[in-house]
Write a protein that binds this ligand. Structure first.
Ligand SMILES: [Zn+2]
Length: 212
């Protein structure tokens, strides 16, 4: 199902470097846009002063449409930067946080559905000299869910990205599963962890009750 080259090494060329620089300056640098807004009139005034002896003379020669055009270009530039930044943020994929691992690592003990996707429940692995993990020995506070959650269709780990309207798209890279949520994995993870911990507590309570 997956056919792709995992690595593409980009050739670095001078034109690439120049285009990249221009892209940064024009699309990303708000400081540059502000500087141009201030410096164009400033430099015009200086030239006017040097050439004609009066810093206002050049401004008088500029027709009305010249001012309008400058205004439109500057506004369009700022708008373009806002749109570009917004677009760029959408394509910033999340990176997985490094989990503080338990002494012997974590092992999956269960899975459940929440937010319409599958969450794998992890508990600290038992000491290697113990050959089994009993649910009564688990401290519910140490139970957590694995990130990212998994595809409900094929169990592949899901990827997520922010959409233009502010929603999150959770999608499977292996099949066509895709779902829109108002929260990211990280927000959903909090709820999933609480549910997982409560489930372990519940089993422990039932086990204790059945003993008495
Ligand atoms: Zn899938």
């Amino acid at each position: 199902m997956i056919n792709c080259e995992f690595f593409t090494i980009k050739e670095i060329t001078w034109s690439g470097i120049v285009i990249n620089f221009l892209k940064k300056v024009i699309l990303e640098s708000t400081a540059m846009a502000i500087a141009v807004t201030i410096f164009v009139p400033f430099i015009t005034a200086i030239f006017s002063s040097i050439k004609t002896g009066n810093w206002l003379n050049y401004f008088k020669q500029i027709p009305d449409w010249g001012y309008n055009l400058f205004g439109i270009i500057i506004i369009a530039w700022f708008v373009l930067q806002v749109i570009y930044k917004r677009y760029k943020n959408l394509n910033n994929h999340f990176s997985l946080p490094i989990k503080t691992s338990s002494t012997w690592g974590d092992i999956p003990i269960a899975e459940f559905s929440y937010y319409g996707v599958i969450w794998v429940v992890l508990a600290p692995a038992p000491h290697p000299w113990l050959d089994s993990l009993l649910i009564k020995d688990i401290n519910p506070d140490n139970v957590e869910v694995d990130l990212p959650p998994r595809c409900p269709k094929c169990k592949t780990k899901l990827d997520q990205k922010k959409t233009f309207l502010g929603f999150w798209s959770w999608y499977c890279v292996s099949c066509d599963f895709k779902t829109f949520k108002k929260d990211s994995f990280y927000i959903a993870e909090n709820g999933a962890t609480m549910i997982a911990q409560r489930q372990v507590e519940k089993i422990q309570e039932e086990q204790r009750n059945s003993l008495t």
